[in-house]
Write a protein that binds this ligand. Structure first.
Ligand SMILES: Nc1nc2c(ncn2[C@@H]2O[C@H](COP(=O)(O)OP(=O)(O)O)[C@@H](O)[C@H]2O)c(=O)[nH]1
Ligand SMILES: Nc1ncnc2c1ncn2[C@@H]1O[C@H](COP(=O)(O)OP(=O)(O)O)[C@@H](O)[C@H]1O
Length: 195
C-alpha cells in the first residue's frame, strides 16, 4: 500500500450510480488541478468510453493475474464485472498532483477510508430516484442495469451518513460551484471567491 506523504489528500466521490459523480468530479477536479486515479475493469467499454480515460478495460484473465500479484488495494464486483484500483496508480498520480480523486461505489469508498483514514475526504453526490432513472436512460444504460441500480437506491443513499460532504446534484453549475468551493478549502488554493 502506498504511504501518503505530508499533505497528500484523497477525495472519494461516491453516491448512487447516475447521480453525476463523474461529471462533477471531472469539472471540479480540472479546475483545481486534481488527478483522477482510473480503475481497471473487466466490463466491456460503452460506445462513448475510451480505454485509459474512463477505465482501463482489461480481460478477466488480466484482472486475475494482477489480483494474484497483489496489485489492487481494492476490488469490487458490480453487475458481474470486476473493478479495482492499483496502488501503483495512486503513487503515480500523486507524482503528478498533490491531491487525487476516485469515483467509487460505497464499498470502495469504505475500504479507502479504512486504509487512509483522515486523509480521505468522502464526497457524496446524489439525486432523487426519478431523476436518476431519467439520467440513466439518457446516458445509455440498459433498462436491466438501470433497474438493478435503482433497486439498491435506499442502501446507496444510506451511505451518505458516512460521508464528509453531501451534495444533491440538481443544477449542474450550482453543484460544481459549491463542490469546488468545498474542495478548495482543503487545498487552500483560494481559487473560488468565498464572498
Ligand atoms: N469499489 C469500486 N468501485 C468502483 C471502481 N471503479 C468504479 N467503481 C464504481 O462501480 C460502479 C461501476 O458502474 P458502471 O456500471 O461501470 O458505470 P459507470 O458509472 O459508468 O462507471 C460505479 O458506481 C463506479 O463509481 C473501483 O475500482 N472500486
Ligand atoms: N445536474 C445534472 N443535470 C442533468 N444531467 C446531469 C447532471 N449531472 C450529471 N448529469 C448527466 O447524468 C448522467 C450521469 O452522470 P455521471 O456523471 O455519469 O454519473 P455517475 O458517475 O454518478 O454514474 C450523464 O449523462 C450526465 O451528463
Amino acid at each position: 500500500m502506498y504511504a501518503l506523504k505530508d499533505k497528500e489528500m484523497i477525495f472519494v466521490f461516491t453516491g448512487p450510480h447516475g447521480a453525476g459523480r463523474k461529471t462533477v468530479a471531472e469539472m471540479s477536479g480540472s479546475t483545481l488541478g486534481m488527478k483522477q486515479v482510473i480503475s481497471y475493469t473487466t466490463r466491456p467499454p460503452k460506445a462513448t468510453e475510451e480505454d485509459g480515460q474512463d477505465y482501463h478495460f482489461i480481460s478477466p484473465a488480466q484482472f486475475a493475474q494482477a489480483q494474484a500479484g497483489g496489485e489492487f488495494i481494492e476490488v469490487s464486483t458490480v453487475n458481474d464485472h470486476l473493478y479495482g484500483i492499483k496502488s501503483s496508480d495512486i503513487e503515480f498520480m500523486f507524482q503528478q498532483s498533490g491531491s487525487i480523486y476516485l469515483i467509487l461505489n460505497r464499498f470502495g469508498a469504505e475500504t479507502l477510508k479504512k486504509l487512509y483514514s483522515d486523509r480521505v475526504v468522502q464526497i457524496f453526490i446524489y439525486a432523487q430516484r426519478d431523476t436518476l432513472e431519467e439520467r440513466m436512460k439518457g446516458s445509455g444504460d440498459s433498462e436491466e442495469i438501470a433497474s438493478k441500480y435503482l433497486s439498491d437506491y435506499e442502501n446507496e443513499l444510506a451511505y451518505r451518513d458516512h460521508c464528509d460532504h453531501i451534495f444533491e446534484n440538481v443544477d449542474l453549475a450550482h453543484t460544481v460551484f459549491d463542490l469546488t468551493k468545498t474542495l478548495d478549502q482543503y487545498l487552500n488554493r483560494n481559487l473560488v471567491d468565498l464572498d
